[in-house]
Design a protein around this ligand. Structure first.
Ligand SMILES: NC(=O)C1=CN([C@@H]2O[C@H](COP(=O)(O)OP(=O)(O)OC[C@H]3O[C@@H](n4cnc5c(N)ncnc54)[C@H](OP(=O)(O)O)[C@@H]3O)[C@@H](O)[C@H]2O)C=CC1
Ligand SMILES: O=C(O)C1=N[C@H](C(=O)O)C[C@H](O)C1
Length: 236
């Protein structure tokens, strides 16, 4: 059997970080060697070593990093992966255009993937949206996304990426955001013509779909040439 992939999880104390740590404890072929959050209360939780963001430079050796933090924490994990020459799988949304450019530059030196949504369903939805936009020229295109009340960025990263797919197909999307309750993540892309409407919808009901996708991507990056990979490049 292959040795488990040694992972650094950045943003470990958050909703996604907790899901990632639980899945790694349950299997997934990964061992978490460092769980990094803004602040830590205990040095070890369920056998996983915990580090504060201020201690990032001192984390132990790892094979790949998985980042689900916030834009203000993103630069530090990208820098660490560059210094150590290690792959990075990031799902942090709300990044600035400068941070996206930094990802492009880093991809000359390390293998990395950034995805606004690591679910398989949304990967398929991108293609459907582009195809619908191409087939329905002149129709109105609206993207409505709904997330839990604590989500900070709007529109969601997924909505913006779906908007780019619609744009590739020639549409000019408008965005609307709902922040309510504990909604995991829902995206509706609506094309409206005269007398008819096409609706493409994805509903996430569990964060494990994102976490599994990111863990798979992180493992798949190990040993690859430097480059900016897409989720679909890393599917089996
Ligand atoms: N691409 C995808 O498939 C998905 C992307 N996301 C995105 O992932 C990100 C995280 O989401 P979620 O888990 O819900 O958010 P949370 O707010 O629950 O968690 C954020 C985590 O990041 C940590 N953090 C914040 N600032 C820093 C920093 N400066 N340095 C290090 N760590 C920091 C927080 O630390 P502390 O615990 O100490 O506060 C916390 O652990 C968001 O951008 C979200 O949009 C979410 C789901 C799926
Ligand atoms: O913050 C979240 O929760 C999510 N964020 C991502 C986004 O901004 O699109 C992906 C998913 O929808 C959940």
């Amino acid at each position: 059997m292959d040795a488990p992939t040694r992972l650094l999880i950045h943003g470990a104390g958050g909703r996604m970080g907790q899901a990632l740590q639980r899945l790694c404890r349950e299997g997934e072929g990964c061992e978490v060697v460092a769980a990094v959050s803004r602040r830590v209360e205990s040095r070890v939780v369920d056998g996983i070593p915990q580090f504060a963001a201020s201690e990032l430079a001192g984390v132990p050796e790892y094979d790949a990093a998985v980042d689900f933090s916030l834009p203000e924490g993103f630069d530090a994990i990208l820098d660490l992966c560059l210094q150590r020459g290690k792959p990075l799988a990031s799902g942090t949304t709300g990044l600035s255009s400068g941070q996206q450019s930094a990802l492009d530059a880093a991809a000359m030196r390390i293998p990395l993937v950034w995805a606004s949504n690591f679910s398989l369903g949304v990967a398929v939805l991108h293609d459907l949206v582009e195809r619908a936009a191409r087939a329905l020229p002149g129709w109105d295109c609206d993207i409505v996304e709904a997330h839990h009340a604590r989500k900070l960025d709007a529109p969601s990263g997924t909505a913006l990426t779906l908007g780019m797919a619609a744009g590739e197909g020639g549409a000019t999307p408008r965005y609307a955001s709902i922040r309510a309750g504990d909604i995991v993540g829902e995206h509706l892309v609506q094309f409206s013509g005269i007398g008819e409407r096409v609706e493409l919808v994805h509903r996430a009901t569990n964060r494990d779909i994102f976490a599994r996708g990111a863990l798979h991507a992180a493992r798949a990056l190990v040993g690859r040439e430097p480059g900016r990979y897409r989720v679909r490049d890393l599917l089996d």
